[in-house]
Ligand binder design. Structure first.
Ligand SMILES: Nc1nc2c(c(=O)[nH]1)N[C@H]1C(S)=C(S)[C@@H](COP(=O)(O)O)O[C@H]1N2
Ligand SMILES: [Mo]
Length: 300
């Protein structure tokens, strides 16, 4: 528990439109483990109207299955996700292979409705099911000198046709700073709309970091490593000028090739109006303290 993130979440922070809290749980303890029962209830706000199942599962980025938005839905079906285990290693007390079924049985599955903002300036709202990354890391026991978390996607070219091309350096890798990883908004998703997460969305478990651009939310994770040094990340390796380590959603810092000031929500049709993008994707109250004093233009 020692490394669990604990901000002084105020009720006005957690009851705003972005994160609906189960009040009973909120009152039962904002300290320590109490944060793991932050619950997202069905959102009422227009801006958090969940997208349709089809929007969420038929328009994807998952380069292991091709670079087209329709490729993952077409080609991810043949991916075998049973059995599955996650290797947790590095600076942990209990390194080893954690079977997916065992992880599930130990985690408290909740539903959280999050806005999801892709770096390509589209967004959607997804009712995820899953658990906090912090709870998974607690299973392994994070050591005090760990400062970063590295993630790795499955490498299996026989089932992932895109891995036979060199469009990215495989396996796909991502990383978070320790406090980002322990933040209660950071989750491991195992479902959408109460159903198992489809292969194209990252079965059987993928990261969701709602205040960062979509590519940070790495899919089909097989390895998590706690480390002292900042780990490499796939998009930063592919193009360091365009993709930094932090990749926080920020309308004030444009991508070198396009504006990040606005976005189009999926499913609105051809004439959908663009909406202004919000700092930290609308989760500013919850996460801005993590970046206090940092120059976000430099650390983009
Ligand atoms: N392993 C892996 N994870 C990945 C990607 C990928 O190509 N491979 N694409 C990322 C990008 S760019 C986005 S926008 C999101 C898309 O998630 P979704 O298809 O569930 O909407 O997944 C991210 N996670
Ligand atoms: Mo993306």
């Amino acid at each position: 528990m020692a490394y669990r993130w604990s901000a002084s979440l105020k009720e006005r922070d957690v009851t705003d439109e972005h994160l609906f809290i189960n009040r009973r749980n909120l009152l039962s303890g904002l300290s320590g483990v109490g944060l793991s029962v932050l619950m997202a209830e069905p959102a009422f706000s227009k801006t958090l109207e969940p997208n349709a199942w089809e929007d969420i599962t038929e328009y994807n980025n998952y380069y292991e299955f091709g670079t087209g938005k329709e490729d993952p839905a077409k080609f991810a079906k043949r991916l075998t996700t049973k059995p599955w285990s996650v290797k947790i290693d590095g600076l942990v007390d209990r390194p080893g292979f954690y079977a997916f079924e065992d992880i599930l049985s130990k985690m408290q599955i909740e539903e959280r409705i999050y806005r999801f903002r892709c770096v390509e300036a589209w967004s959607m709202v997804v009712p995820w099911n899953g658990f906090e990354l912090a709870d998974l890391l607690d299973l392994a026991g994070v050591q005090s000198n760990a400062r970063f978390v590295a993630f790795e996607t499955l490498y299996r070219p026989s089932e992932m046709r895109g891995q036979n091309t060199r469009v990215l350096d495989w396996p796909y890798v991502e990383g978070l700073r320790m406090d980002e990883a322990m933040h209660p908004l950071t989750m491991m998703a195992t479902g959408i709309y109460g159903r198992d997460i489809p292969n194209q969305n990252g079965a059987p478990l993928r990261l969701v970091v709602p205040w960062k651009y979509g590519f940070k939310s790495i899919k089909s994770i097989v390895k998590i490593t706690l480390m002292e040094r900042q780990p490499p990340t796939s998009w930063n390796k592919a193009n360091a000028r365009e993709y930094g380590f932090y990749s926080n959603v920020n309308p004030e810092v444009d991508h070198p090739r396009w504006s990040q000031a606005s976005e189009r929500k999926l499913g609105g049709g051809l004439f959908a109006k663009r909406e202004p993008t919000m700092k930290f994707n609308g989760y500013e109250n919850e996460v801005s303290m993590l970046y206090k004093g940092m120059n976000l233009r430099k650390h983009f």
